[in-house]
Design a protein around this ligand. Structure first.
Ligand SMILES: Cc1cc2nc3c(=O)[nH]c(=O)nc-3n(C[C@H](O)[C@H](O)[C@H](O)COP(=O)(O)OP(=O)(O)OC[C@H]3O[C@@H](n4cnc5c(N)ncnc54)[C@H](O)[C@@H]3O)c2cc1C
Length: 304
């Protein structure tokens, strides 16, 4: 269960007691504040706090005194300019603090993003819940033959059933042993910091994760991308939807230049210019490696 009734009532109580503030408020973000967006089978992501909005980015870029905006159109244009030219510091003026519940193997990928502040639930102090990520059948896929880091067709029939049963059995057995080692009935009871070491990587953990908008965009570009593992991508997708409501102009610029845009090398520019002049350019005459050439072809929709 991502959120239990007690946790939900705490969230409801927070949302039922709004207060007046002089601080910048993003109406889009207010509707997300505190609410848990469910991800995977037991996970969630929710906004605990935030600072700034689209206007704060513009304000910082202009180092202005007031709201810093002339017209919404000007703001959007300036934000697009900043994004296009990699002027990142105005985006760092916005911050977000998230509470995330996620499987440990996802947390290991996530924690690689070092430009954030983290506080994780302590398995030394508390007993972890019996909650394990078990993929939905449509996400139980075979190893990709082409991509060592990817998956292929969905497992079917007997194999799918066997794999699911193994995942569930192993999780249950490990948790039963965890409880048996912790128990102080008729024994001393092993320390929590030691008993946890037999738990599998699909058990859920939780953390508070705070970052600024520039570094969040970097995280989202990498983790909301089709090359990222599905199990982290769904968290990134959920965060993308929140950010789109929080800072709509900045998110639109991010989608356009970072998610949907293509970065060209000097060789790439040269190939395009030669093609526009009518020349037929091959991988050999492009000066690009086979890998680069393949990615170049994918970028222009010439290959998949
Ligand atoms: C699809 C995919 C596959 C991956 N596969 C692997 C893998 O097989 N093995 C593996 O180990 N990792 C893997 N990673 C993780 C990846 O290499 C990065 O560690 C991760 O994406 C975090 O990126 P980052 O360092 O840019 O982010 P952050 O840590 O948030 O840093 C943001 C930026 O800040 C700067 N920065 C931060 N800290 C420092 C520092 N100490 N010194 C200098 N500059 C710094 C850098 O410019 C960096 O780009 C993978 C990531 C993805 C998205």
């Amino acid at each position: 269960m991502p959120i239990n009734p007690d946790q939900q009532s705490q969230i409801d109580a927070l949302r039922a007691t709004p207060r007046q503030t002089l601080r910048a408020v993003s109406e889009g973000m207010e509707k997300h504040l505190y609410l848990a967006h469910e991800v995977l089978d037991h996970g969630f992501v929710r906004v605990v706090d935030y600072m700034g909005d689209d206007a704060a980015i513009v304000q910082a870029a202009r180092v202005s005194y007031g709201a810093g905006t002339k017209a919404t159109r000007d703001d959007a244009g300036l934000i697009r300019y900043l994004m296009r030219h990699w002027h990142s510091t105005p985006f760092e003026m916005c911050e977000v603090k998230l509470h995330v519940k996620l499987p440990i193997f996802v947390a290991r990928q996530w924690i690689r993003h070092r430009t954030a502040n983290v506080n994780e639930y302590s398995g030394r102090y508390s007993i972890l819940d019996r909650e394990f990520y078990i993929p939905a059948p449509e996400h139980l896929a075979a190893q990709s033959r082409k991509n060592h880091q990817g998956r292929d067709q969905v497992l079917e029939g007997e194999e799918a059933a066997r794999v699911l049963a193994l995942l569930k059995e192993d999780a249950d057995r490990a948790y039963d042993h965890y409880e048996a080692m912790l128990s102080d009935e008729g024994q001393q009871g092993l320390a929590r910091e030691l008993a946890r070491m037999n738990l599998p990587a699909n058990i859920y953990t939780q953390w508070y994760w705070k970052t600024d908008l520039h570094n969040l965009f970097h995280f989202l570009r990498l983790r909301a991308d089709s090359h990222a593992q599905y199990e982290i991508r769904v968290y990134a997708d959920a965060i993308c939807r929140i950010v789109a409501d929080w800072v709509p102009h900045a998110y639109a610029a991010f989608e356009d230049y970072r998610m949907g845009g293509v970065q060209l090398s000097a060789k790439g520019v040269d190939v395009l210019q030669r093609r526009l002049r009518g020349e037929t350019v091959t991988q050999e005459s492009s000066g690009m490696s086979k890998g680069e050439w393949r990615e170049f072809a994918v970028a222009w929709g010439e290959a998949e």
